[in-house]
Write a protein that binds this ligand. Sequence first.
Ligand SMILES: Nc1ncnc2c1ncn2[C@@H]1O[C@H](COP(=O)(O)OP(=O)(O)OP(=O)(O)O)[C@@H](O)[C@H]1O
Ligand SMILES: [Mg+2]
Length: 347
Amino acid sequence: MDNEATRGQGDLFPEIVGRSAGLRKVLDLVVRIAPSDSGVLIQGESGTGKELIAAAVHRLSSRSKRRMLAINCSAIPENLLESELFGHEKGAFTGAERTRRGYFELAAGGTVFLDEIGDMTLHLQSKLLRVLQEKKYVRLGCTETRAADVRIIAATNIDLKEAIKDGSKFRLDLYYRLNALPVDIPPLRERKEDIEDLLLHFLKIHNRSCVPKTPCFFHPEALALLRDYAWPGNVRQLQNLVERLILTTGGGELCPQHLPAEFRQAQNLPALSPAASSAALATESRCGASAFGEQGFDLTEHVQHLENQFILAALRSTGNNKNKAARILGLNRTTLVERIKKRRLSL
Ligand SMILES: Nc1ncnc2c1ncn2[C@@H]1O[C@H](COP(=O)(O)OP(=O)(O)OP(=O)(O)O)[C@@H](O)[C@H]1O
Ligand SMILES: [Mg+2]
């Protein structure tokens, strides 16, 4: 994979794709903090690659010969999470039929990755703080103290500082312990240079694994729409979209009309001028031309798409004023409002 970020890092991150300055900064930081044994707090929106970065920190650390165990703190009820982390003795609670070792024991010499740490209860937060401060823990139902030889990497997609302010949902002292080495992953919309690399990367993987009859490739107009999209679900959303496009089209060229409506509506709105109008039509017809072949051409859908673009452009240019937008478009207000509602158009 032709990957600037990777090349810059001497091939240290073959699994991480992207060349943006934002991602490169994160990878530089990973290289610097990996050898330390301090806690790491990875923050970033959902799907930005927090678990991938956690695995990279572990892989480049002196603990890499032992394993990294990951646990999602929001997916498991408190008592189960407690016993998963600390282990329990036989008879420690109803149903504890045999002694079980916890993650701090199973990952000894390695790393424990605490995902969605923001959802951990205050009771468990105080127990975790003790592990971090004293490097010791006890199994549930036991009095014997054990040494905790694990590095803690935590991740969250909520703002912990807000959770601390907001009626103490999160302990400030634990935050400082975990946040010894902070890593903030920017959302994909702030590192647009990564979008194309990621699209082509996942396309290549899926082309290989799904064995479509014809390999998929992006029409330049589709690529442009995808590059401009805001990707609220970040890399995970991008990965899912590529998979869905390959499965639904069955291979061949991926054109704008293959993309879900939100990709076509919110982006690249034409200015309200005859020149822009014919440019938009030319764009559509270029792409449509390649779809006339096997898959046919849905005129109604294309006309509606174009109409949506003009409605959105009119709304944008009038600061979302429906009266003014209706006048510009030569529609009466009720018709415009109905169309906006029916097609779920929003700025
Ligand atoms: N830069 C990247 N290069 C290649 N794959 C990536 C990259 N970033 C993320 N991914 C992939 O995107 C998916 C989501 O990443 P990951 O699970 O690490 O995100 P996350 O931030 O932990 O998400 P969540 O908050 O939803 O748990 C994974 O399949 C991961 O491998
Ligand atoms: Mg995750």
